[in-house]
Design a protein. Structure first.
Length: 227
């Protein structure tokens, strides 16, 4: 799993999952980063009765904790890698005794931010360690397509490797926690103004939250869906 562009290599990911590495394939730190995501969302007011979408949910590192926390049927996840969704459901959700809280159809294989299957809008959405692996236009596409699947006032939390306004984009940036990010290859870094730019002409407003105790120093951005 050394190549950070590997998430597009769905056959390679499937082979790793078949070898039992579905936790390592999404970055390891299973308990720590799963708990971090749940605690963050609850601290921001996530309630069990709200409808929640986990974009790029992988093998359900946060998903297992969120499915337990949310009312039955309120967790939805998407990922470009079907193999990760299958392992998350068939191993992690099953082992936790949570199958009856998560309809399998609510784990959707998708790499293009197509939420047209959504029948009632989401209240809270998360993309943790997803756009760190993607060029900026993916975020713009996601915001465009998510606007119709997000309730007025919905909050969309996105993590990024953040650089300062005066840090040249082309220059690599070393972050506490050991990751070096880049302007034009994975893992990507962005400025907060890039987040604001992605909202132009769309009903989203970006706010910088910044550090949230992520072990690899990803920062958090909040997008609010304006009415
Ligand atoms: C580092 S893992 C994080 C997984 C999960 N969010 C977590 O924190 O446990 C990144 C995930 O994003 C998924 N991914 C990458 N590009 C994607 C895309 N365009 N659409 C949906 N998922 C994507 C990968 O397959 C992988 O599961």
């Amino acid at each position: 799993m050394g190549n950070p562009t590997h998430y597009f290599d769905t056959a390679g990911i499937a082979a790793a999952v078949a070898a039992g590495a579905h936790r390592a394939a999404i970055g390891g730190l299973w308990e720590e980063v799963g708990r971090l995501q749940l605690d963050f969302l609850v601290s921001r007011g996530l309630r069990p009765d709200q409808k929640f979408l986990d974009i790029g949910c992988g093998s359900l590192r946060a998903g297992v904790k969120l499915v337990r926390y949310l009312d039955a049927g309120n967790y939805y996840g998407t990922d470009i890698n079907e193999s990760l969704l299958m392992a998350g459901y068939d191993i992690e959700i099953r082992n936790e005794g949570l199958l009856d809280k998560l309809p399998r159809a609510q784990l959707v294989t998708d790499g293009e931010f197509d939420f047209s299957w959504c029948q009632a809008p989401f209240d809270v959405v998360l993309a943790q360690s997803v756009f760190t692996h993607l060029p900026l236009n993916h975020l713009r596409v996601c915001l465009e397509r998510l606007q119709d699947a997000a309730a007025p006032g919905a909050r969309f939390y996105v993590t990024i490797f953040e650089i300062a306004d005066d840090h040249p984009t082309h220059r690599p940036c070393s972050h506490p926690g050991g990751i070096t990010s880049y302007g034009a290859r994975d893992p990507y870094h962005y400025r907060f103004v890039d987040m604001v730019h992605c909202c132009r002409g769309l009903p989203w407003r970006a706010t910088r939250i910044g550090a949230w105790n992520h072990p690899r120093s990803q920062h958090m951005i909040e997008f609010v869906r304006e009415p």
